[in-house]
Design a protein around this ligand. Structure first.
Ligand code: OGA
Ligand code: MN
Length: 291
């Protein structure tokens, strides 16, 4: 495996391996080391089917067993655990402009960390491109360790022990989406997470932000949201961001513990974009992890 950085802070490209072949312990260790350093790895030209994609992801830890979305009972893909990040309905047709799932999926355009709204959030996400639109639809990644390092001493002291509450209801409300059923509202009740985490593999501190944050313990809500806005603006300066332009067959793996990401706009009522995601669970809720 050859690893070539794509950006001064975040992201690297990994060439020379075929992810369909069984993973040796040595290669797994090398990928983990590259992930700890670069936080985002791009594996170009990987012709994976869903089984191979699941098998490769599962080599790095437990796969999340619940998909958090609206209308989750019905699913286009073979594996119930696989996240459908496409703009396609159950028959593979492009979602209509007013489709509820489309409204919900638009939340991916906000800077976030996957599953931060779950008590035990996500470790890695592995997103595979099966088909892409002719333009747009890039994915951007922000380096939250570099963002932490760039904060002043006083701000670090203020943030270090904060506890934020995350929910899908909060992120969707930012876009004016409120159409959750009573059951979904219960399912997506807010969960607490540390605002500052220590990244296990590198030992570095990292900001843990997400569009899912709706309040912070000890703060009035507007004060909390104004602080989060300032911090997201800081963390997503171009200096800390790698933009990925997709090619069919790219598998991009990112570490949700020390990055945020967002999808960029594309003409999603005209062109299919078939992306599938395997997501791994972190080891514990962030409040149970040592700082
Ligand atoms: C995701 C996600 C953004 C995109 O898969 O978790 O946020 O560009 N994707 O599709
Ligand atoms: Mn995401």
């Amino acid at each position: 495996m050859r690893v070539t950085p794509l950006h001064p802070h975040i992201g690297a490209r990994a060439d020379g391996i075929d992810l369909r072949s069984p993973l040796t312990a040595e290669l797994r260790t090398a990928i983990e080391a590259a992930m700890d350093r670069h936080a985002v790895l791009v594996f170009p030209g990987q012709d994976l089917d869903d089984d191979q994609h699941m098998a490769f992801g599962g080599a790095f830890g437990p796969v999340e067993h619940t998909r958090a979305t609206v209308d989750a009972q019905r699913h286009r893909l073979k594996h119930a655990q696989m996240n459908d990040i496409s703009n396609l309905d159950l028959n593979g047709e492009i979602l209509k402009a007013d489709d509820r799932r489309r409204m919900f999926n638009l939340g991916n355009r906000l800077w976030h960390s996957d599953s931060s709204f779950k008590r035990t959030p996500a470790k890695y996400s592995l997103l595979h491109a099966r088909s892409i639109p002719p333009e747009g639809g890039e994915t951007e990644f922000a380096d939250m360790r570099a963002a932490w390092d760039a904060l002043g001493q006083k701000m670090r002291g203020k943030l270090k022990d904060l506890v934020c509450w995350h929910s899908l209801l909060y992120s969707r409300a930012q876009l004016g989406f409120h159409g959750f059923t009573e059951e979904e509202q219960k399912q997506f009740a807010p969960v607490p997470q540390r605002m500052v985490r220590r990244h296990a593999g590198s030992g570095r501190l990292s900001l843990y932000l997400s569009a899912h944050i709706g309040r912070i313990d000890g703060f009035e809500v507007p004060e909390a949201l104004a602080l989060v806005r300032d911090l997201v603006e800081h963390a997503t300066q171009r200096e800390f961001v790698y933009q990925h332009r997709w090619q069919v067959g790219d598998l991009v793996v990112w570490d949700n513990r020390c990055t945020m990401h967002r999808g960029r706009a594309y003409d999603d009522t005209a062109y299919p974009r078939d992306m599938r995601r395997v997501t791994l669970e972190d080891c514990a809720p962030t409040l149970e992890q040592a700082l």
